[in-house]
Ligand binder design. Structure first.
Ligand code: XMP
Length: 318
């Protein structure tokens, strides 16, 4: 009978046979797919694998630390964390158009990944977390850079760098990948992580992306996630997040008039992200999120809940 343990044994053997004594690189995002692919490859070839994690400056609170803790401290995997925050944010300065944001982030990612991996001698393979559904149907997103799903971030790389691909999850569906991740000892925070777009918070700070606006969004985002988890809804909801709108509205605090930012909360249920329904989150949970965001996040005086489904809306606002 087919068990996850026998899948691991078979995959480990295959990866070892394929790779021999060569070196392998992997773009680790902290998402489920790249994490499980990296952990499985590490199980097979240990230190022959090097993972690169690029901090693009538009990550959520604690994301980079989580990857560092799980993969370097716990799994003892060769991990290089590249802090490229300033480079990404410089390029994003005054960029408003969502597709341009995507293109800039995709290109920057490839440039930094390529530069760093050139420093590693003798690399012949690239690990990718391609799943079975990605193999049978090409998942497409809006716009030209839309082919960049988390694990497609390395899009042009294999050919450019003359790397051969290792895709150890090619036969698996998402739910099987999660079981495999548990089998490999990955923590629930990674195995059950909700999808997060490659362009990160840049497409959730609507309009111009600045450090100040990112800080506001991060604080709101953290509260949304905490309250969703506290209500026991995290696994039932496909994605729940905050969006910082490019407008200000009037409010009142004490006897002072305020003129501050608006946060939109977006939460959807979905099976595959292709269609989605707005999540019927209990009112008290919404109320807590709103109160906490307005009280705890400086610069926000209003919270709205997005009640649109996909189609015709999309999950992200940009
Ligand atoms: P939309 O907004 O198109 O999103 O309904 C569907 C799913 O895709 C994610 N998404 C992206 N993921 N790069 C990514 O890696 C992108 O440019 C991108 N745009 C949207 C979105 O978070 C949702 O899960």
């Amino acid at each position: 009978t087919w068990t996850m343990q026998s899948y691991v044994d078979t995959a480990v053997k295959q990866i070892r046979d394929q790779v021999g004594k060569d070196r392998v690189i992997c773009a680790l995002s902290g998402g489920v797919d790249s994490s499980v692919a990296a952990a499985l490859t590490h199980r097979a070839i240990g230190d022959q694998l090097t993972c690169l994690f690029v901090d693009n400056g538009v990550l959520r609170v604690g994301e980079r630390d989580q990857v560092q803790k799980t993969f370097a401290s716990q799994l003892h995997l060769n991990l290089r964390i590249l802090d490229r925050t300033n480079q990404f944010l410089d390029r994003l300065k005054n960029v408003i158009d969502p597709e341009r944001k995507r293109k800039i982030i995709g290109r920057q990612f490839i440039a930094h990944f390529e530069e760093e991996s050139k420093k590693l001698k003798g690399v012949k393979y690239l690990v990718q977390g391609t799943l079975y559904p990605d193999v049978i149907e090409s998942v497409s997103f809006r716009g030209p850079s839309a082919t960049i799903k988390t694990h497609h971030n390395v899009g042009g790389l294999p050919a450019r760098m003359r790397l051969k691909l290792i895709e150890p999850l090619r036969e698996l569906f998402k739910d099987e990948v999660r079981v495999l991740g548990k089998e490999l000892g990955l923590p629930d925070e990674i195995v059950w992580r909700q999808p997060f777009p490659g362009p990160g918070l840049a497409i959730r700070v609507l309009g111009s992306v600045t450090k100040e606006r990112l800080a506001i969004l991060r604080a709101a985002e953290t509260i949304v996630e905490q309250e969703i988890r506290a209500a026991g809804l995290y696994r039932d909801i496909w994605q729940a997040f905050a969006v910082l709108l490019p407008i200000r509205t009037v409010g009142v605090m004490g006897d002072q008039r305020t003129y501050e930012n608006v946060i939109a909360i977006r939460a959807v249920t979905s099976l595959d992200g292709m269609t989605a329904d707005w999540a019927k989150i209990p009112n008290d949970v919404l109320g807590r999120m709103s109160n906490r965001i307005i009280n705890e996040v400086k610069g926000v005086n209003r919270v709205v809940y997005d009640i649109s489904s996909k189609p015709p809306s999309t999950i992200e606002w940009e």
